[in-house]
Design a protein around this ligand. Structure first.
Ligand code: PPE
Length: 311
């Protein structure tokens, strides 16, 4: 792990000094919310953060769902992310803002524990492996399901949700796959442990609706826009498990995973067993935007704010 300074409750602290107490509420009860954001070294704007406002808003929303009052406003959290990147000197990195319940009274009730915030950055290459973006990954349908809507709020990107994700991921890896796809409580295709999923069938795109307790991904939303722009119809749909086996193409989307093709599911080879043409077109459009090029969507915030065009 590279040791870049960490923003901790409004101050920068050296990497090795960013510590919490063992009685922090979050360690015992999983009471945290977080984001994953990427900064790309763009052609026109230099280092720039992809959809900073949307990620920061989702962090604030996640905190609100869990009744956590972050003592910083949206603009301060955005500026802090940009400053953490600038201090690191990295041109491209992954940004991890995290808000958690700190040390205070013990017991499940979190209301009297302090709300603490950190922002860390690190270099993070291809999430699902170096060759994955071109060749695709082998995945399984997980035996663990996505939570039911009335158990955990799926729209909150909360630390505790990732206990379920870890079970899915560990089983996938131990079974020789790269990732697992979860079904919803009713058995429809939901998403990967850390990615949304798209299916291509007869030239149309399908993805799970939010009602299946997926995380409404910011990359998913971006891909829906880009696919539409490329002339593809995109529908949210209750996809049956077996539709995966007869799909033309499948791919994952996420901040970490970007756009990663899937080459097999449960040992059924998908398409030709490599990245398909629609996936390639969408991947190209996505990488073109994030490595901008022209930021026609207003999705890129330059890290060096002084150099930003006015207006
Ligand atoms: N579903 C889940 C469950 C999920 O964790 C992510 C992001 C997504 C969908 C895609 O959301 P978005 O990044 O807004 O497009 N997963 C993050 C965590 C990865 C990790 O291992 O940590 C990420 O991609 O940053």
């Amino acid at each position: 792990m590279q040791k870049h300074d960490i923003w901790f409750n409004g101050e920068f602290v050296p990497f090795d000094e960013a510590k919490v107490h063992v009685l922090s509420h979050v360690l015992h009860y999983g009471s945290s919310v977080f984001e994953g954001v990427r900064c790309y070294n763009t052609r026109e704007k230099g280092p720039a953060v992809f959809r900073l406002r949307d990620h920061t808003q989702r962090l604030v929303d996640s905190a609100r769902i869990y009744r956590m009052e972050i003592p910083f406003d949206l603009e301060t959290l955005e500026a802090a992310q940009l400053e953490t990147i600038a201090r690191s000197g990295l041109d491209a990195c992954y940004i991890r803002p995290l808000v958690f319940r700190g040390a205070g009274p013990m017991g499940v009730n979190p209301l009297n524990n302090p709300v603490e915030s950190i922002i860390a950055v690190w270099e993070w290459g291809a999430y699902l492996g170096k060759e994955a973006l071109e060749e695709g990954v082998d995945v399984e349908v997980a035996s663990w399901q996505r939570m039911a809507p009335n158990t955990f709020p799926a729209m909150a990107k909360a630390g505790g949700n990732y206990l379920n994700a870890s079970l899915v991921k560990m089983n996938a890896v131990l079974n020789g796959y790269t990732e697992g796809i979860m079904l919803s409580k009713d058995g429809h295709v939901a998403e990967g442990s850390g990615e949304n999923l798209f299916m291509v069938k007869n030239g149309r795109l399908y993805t799970a609706p939010t009602s299946l307790s997926i995380l409404p991904g910011i990359t998913r939303a971006s891909i829906m826009r880009l696919a539409d722009q490329l002339g593809y119809t995109v529908e949210t749909a209750n996809i049956p498990r077996e539709a995966l086996y007869i799909a033309d193409e499948l791919f994952f989307t996420g901040t970490a995973a970007e756009v990663t093709p899937i080459k097999s599911v449960d040992n059924y080879v998908i398409g030709k067993g490599s990245r398909g043409p629609v996936t390639k077109a969408i991947q190209d459009a996505f990488f073109d935007v994030v490595h901008g090029g022209v930021d026609s969507y207003g999705w890129l915030t330059p890290v060096n704010v002084e150099a930003a065009p006015v207006g």
